[in-house]
Ligand binder design. Structure first.
Ligand code: AVJ
Ligand code: FE
Length: 441
């Protein structure tokens, strides 16, 4: 790749900051002030909290740490520290109001742009290749996806609008899978400039032969699981999964409602029939795992998912994306809230991986079988509260990003994680399986 001059890198970073802020503004300007301060679900913060929180993180990292400038609002650090107050308690806090929040984040942004203008992007690891700025861009984009999830939970008339994703040229059969032959590949990265600590370092992983679905599991597939009693049969579920299913009374994906013979769903304030050809969305890890068992398959492990997504057997190299090293464009993947729904399976032929799998990047986050764990040689950077404190068996890894994820916060090495009961995130899944002897001969 070409080394950018410091000036070019700075212009790129400045543009990314502004592009990201336009998204945050669109998501928060779409509703009135009452709506901004309201809690739409105990699972989520009021939108106004997310808004000021992105400014607070930007102040901490870019203005104070990188810039060495005095604190603007040390009095509000605690209010916007995600570890101090859980989401459900945030509406009771003396938060900045909508106007104050907008003023605050604009002031922080002016200072951050000034810091960017004056800083040397050399010497300190925190600023090398503009890492801290990239981290803040990704952080705001992650909250923009969280705010989109809040919009999905919100009751009331539709306020977000976007064109539909491109149609599919050829509808694949629902059982298409690809074989990824056994061998070692490079997992993670040590060179991607804005990769976060948990994606590092690059390391070799041997992966045995496996099949992986060529596309995510669809709503049509999921109808069959439901119709054949998938939610009523404990044998498809793990013990923990079944206990949760009973406790939460799960009987269909979140936002679905049965109307006679058809399934309807609410999508950003509109009611529509569940589209059969779209990836299933808003299912928990437990539902994904039950479906996979029912289908005679399993969820892919993280190494399997990543190998299917970026290993190129022709060169023996791991690529940044399934299609190569080029940034995602609109023809490659459904990202960036360009569309407010996943595309039908079979779309994005230009985004296909060498393995033959499609739609690995964008459309829906994909649950994997893996717990969120550090790679060998992991080093928390720049702060343990980003990833390290979440490592363990409580969190499952999701891969690939959704239609709500920005390209800046999505690549084939990117790791997301959440509790296995979570459903309000834009998550679906695809299945994998271990081939039988006969299938390999
Ligand atoms: C990586 C998406 C799990 O939103 O909880 C945002 C990202 N970390 N602010 C989250 C994050 C701090 C994180 N996820
Ligand atoms: Fe955050």
């Amino acid at each position: 790749s070409v080394e950018l001059s410091q000036d070019d890198l700075k212009s790129l970073v400045a543009a990314e900051l502004e592009r990201t802020r336009r998204r945050s503004a669109a998501l928060t300007d779409a509703v009135d002030d009452d709506d901004l301060v309201e809690q739409h679900s105990p699972l989520m913060s009021p939108l106004v909290w997310d808004l000021a929180h992105v400014g607070s993180q930007e102040e901490l990292w870019l203005v104070r740490d990188v810039g060495g400038r005095p604190a603007l609002r040390p009095d509000i650090d605690d209010l916007y520290d995600a570890f101090q107050h859980s989401r459900c308690d945030r509406p009771e806090l003396p938060l900045l109001g909508p106007r104050e929040s907008r003023e605050y984040i604009a002031t922080v942004r002016d200072k951050a742009q000034d810091v960017l203008h004056h800083v040397s992007l050399e010497g300190r690891r925190l600023v090398d290749q503009a890492f801290a700025f990239g981290m803040i861009v990704q952080h705001e984009q992650q909250h923009d996806e969280t705010m989109l999830a809040t919009h999905q939970l919100r009751r009331g008339d539709p306020v977000l609008h976007a064109p539909d994703p491109p149609p599919t040229a050829r509808a694949p059969s629902s059982h298409e899978e690809v074989l990824v032959p056994a061998g070692t590949f490079t997992m993670g990265t040590s060179t991607e400039p804005w990769a976060l600590d948990n994606e590092r370092p690059a390391h070799p992983v041997h992966v045995a032969d496996f099949f992986i679905d060529a596309h995510p599991v669809t709503n049509a597939d999921f109808f069959r699981f439901i119709d054949s009693g998938g939610y009523r049969e404990p044998r498809w579920w793990t013990e923990e999964g079944w206990r949760h299913r009973e406790h939460a009374r799960l009987s269909a994906p979140l936002f679905w409602r049965r109307d006679g013979d058809t399934w309807l769903r609410r999508r950003f304030g509109r009611i529509e029939p569940v589209p059969p050809e779209e990836p299933v969305l808003h299912v928990s890890f437990h539902e994904a795992q039950a479906y996979a068992n029912w289908a005679g398959k399993r969820l892919p492990t993280e190494p399997e998912w990543e190998k299917a997504a970026r290993f190129d057997p022709a060169t023996g190299r791991s690529m940044r994306y399934p299609w190569g090293d080029d940034e995602p464009g609109p023809e490659r993947a459904n990202l960036g809230q360009r569309h407010l729904r996943p595309a039908a399976v079979g779309a994005y032929a230009a985004g296909q991986a060498p393995s033959g799998a499609r739609q690995l990047i964008g459309d829906v986050w994909e649950w994997t079988a893996s717990d969120f764990a550090p790679y060998p040689g992991f080093e928390a950077f720049p702060y343990p509260e980003y990833s390290q404190v979440f490592f363990g068996t409580a969190q499952k890894v999701l891969r690939g990003g959704s239609f709500g994820t920005d390209p800046a916060a999505c690549r084939a090495t990117f790791r997301n994680w959440d509790f296995p009961i979570r459903r309000q995130i834009f998550a679906g899944f695809r299945c994998a399986r271990t081939p039988s002897r006969e299938e390999l001969d």
